[in-house]
Design a protein around this ligand. Sequence first.
Ligand SMILES: Cc1cc2nc3c(=O)[nH]c(=O)nc-3n(C[C@H](O)[C@H](O)[C@H](O)COP(=O)(O)OP(=O)(O)OC[C@H]3O[C@@H](n4cnc5c(N)ncnc54)[C@H](O)[C@@H]3O)c2cc1C
Length: 409
Amino acid sequence: MTTALIIGGGIAGPVTGMALQKAGIDSTIYEAYPTSADGVGAFLSIMHNGLDALAAVDAADVVRENSFPASKVEFFNHRGTRLGEAPIGGSAGDRGPRMIKRSTLYRELLDEASRRGVTVHHGKRLTHATTTPGDPVTAEFADGTEAEGDLLIGADGIHSVTRALIDPAAPKPRYTGVITVCGYASHAPATTEPGTFRMTYGRKVFFAYLTAPDGQTWWFANLPHHSAELTKEQLASTTSEEWQQRVAGLLARDRTPAADIVRASDRSITGANGYDIATTPTWHTGATIIIGDAAHVSAPNAGHGASMAIEDGVILAQCLRDLPAAQAFSAYERIRRPRVERVVATSARMGGNATPGPVKRMIRDAVLPRKLKKGPRNTASWLTDHHVDWNQSIRQPDDTRVETPPHRS
Ligand SMILES: Cc1cc2nc3c(=O)[nH]c(=O)nc-3n(C[C@H](O)[C@H](O)[C@H](O)COP(=O)(O)OP(=O)(O)OC[C@H]3O[C@@H](n4cnc5c(N)ncnc54)[C@H](O)[C@@H]3O)c2cc1C
């Protein structure tokens, strides 16, 4: 039986483990952190297509049972004037995204993979891997231990070690100029209707919040465009109170409830630099491949990184189910690359300056309500209406399955 070493127990890792199991391939997950995600951290949206891909491996309930739906966004300017509303994800009803805390998602996916019999090792940080054609892959970990398998799947996220092992010249993540700060307020001074995001184009900060069914308000703030990138050490040492002061200060002049929501937050505020990589030229070599953020990093604007990581894991398992590894990797890349790179490009385009100066603000406030009234152009349908058919067999080399229509900008 083929055995796979999966590096990373975030989102792509456990999904791949479950999907490989369904495909009859044995795998073990090696996660760098000693325990499942600590702390609360940020929250994520899992889109309809992410849930659809999870359903292909009978795991959609893992998200459904630990999340709540969002279906609509209301837009406001810095004066608190409502500019209009739009459905989220291109679709209304239960096809909209599910909101889930990152730590909950990591924990529940890993627990589910483990419950199904996938072995999970914590405290295993990959440092190196050696692969010789015809021989097993040997993974080396920071604690001095090693593991052997037929394949190595790098699901080790944005700063992937596997990416650099496959191609030492691989592009590094590019800082987008946006720092996202995220928090939760159990007793917020303003709440939203169920499933409704309120997004405010503040003077200095783009601010969004929505209230969960238990009454806790979840929020994120994009700090002023071109904020300086924070080092790992700065991110680790900035306290919740420091984030709170900085963000509330930047929001103070807006006539919206944003600053008060931030001031009312629990001690759970965290910040993260935004990154993307336009394209990673090499996804696989020999018996090693990268998936999820290790292979394609999109800025968080489109809210699709997690859903893409889920799709990746399921489709890679389908390829490995139907083809020998080398052909499976090529088939996987051919199927996935056009779609994920289109997501990266779309997300980058969405990342313009959301807090421009007074003239651009005036133009936006005049134009946006008319645009929103016209209704959505449903540009998101190619993203969210994507379906993974587990029973479809993957062929090589003449499989012409194409995941997305040609890119139009
Ligand atoms: C602020 C912010 C907001 C976001 N919001 C959204 C959103 O709303 N919706 C959405 O879909 N996406 C969102 N994203 C993107 C999303 O988080 C990622 O696309 C997604 O987590 C990618 O999943 P992954 O499994 O590939 O990587 P990760 O989730 O990063 O998991 C990688 C795992 O590998 C482990 N690891 C790393 N290095 C090693 C190593 N050397 N050895 C062993 N293990 C290792 C890590 O500890 C981690 O557990 C957001 C990102 C940010 C920064």
